[in-house]
Design a protein around this ligand. Sequence first.
Ligand code: 4NP
Length: 158
Amino acid sequence: MLFVCLGNICRSPTAEGVMAHLLHEKGLEGQIEIDSAGTGGWHVGSAPDTRATGAAECRGVTLEGAARQVTADDFEGFDLLLAMDRQNAADLHELAPDDQARRKVRLLREFDPEAVAAGELDVPDPYYGGADGFEDVLDLVTRACQGLLAELRPNLAR
Ligand code: 4NP
């Protein structure tokens, strides 16, 4: 699965780190390939934002990797492209080579029943805001990743 946001320095590396942490906790590491990318290219090569890294570290979650831009090839390499917000999903739909690829695009928060019930499916962009925004991202992506993992679990070996 590929987590996708705009810059690949705040939300999607956070979602990737949270999912890696959950997989490790459950002894499921290696069972699912996870990565993250951005629809934009401005931060390519950059490490995750230190505000995101710091907030995650306080919860025992390590953020890794260097930002990269999503490409059409990612629709072949991954079964699921998880957009952080509806703009990211729209941009992925534009990039998708065909309808089969387009069907791989989902909003991450679709996997959080509370978010679905509230009709709040975006993970808000924390980049221009304060520290609260980064805590919010961690809360939202953790709930959604837990829901996603619960849905996938019956298909995993252990
Ligand atoms: P992200 O946050 O999409 O969660 O990585 C952003 C990072 C950088 C910018 C926007 C959002 N930017 O405009 O540079």
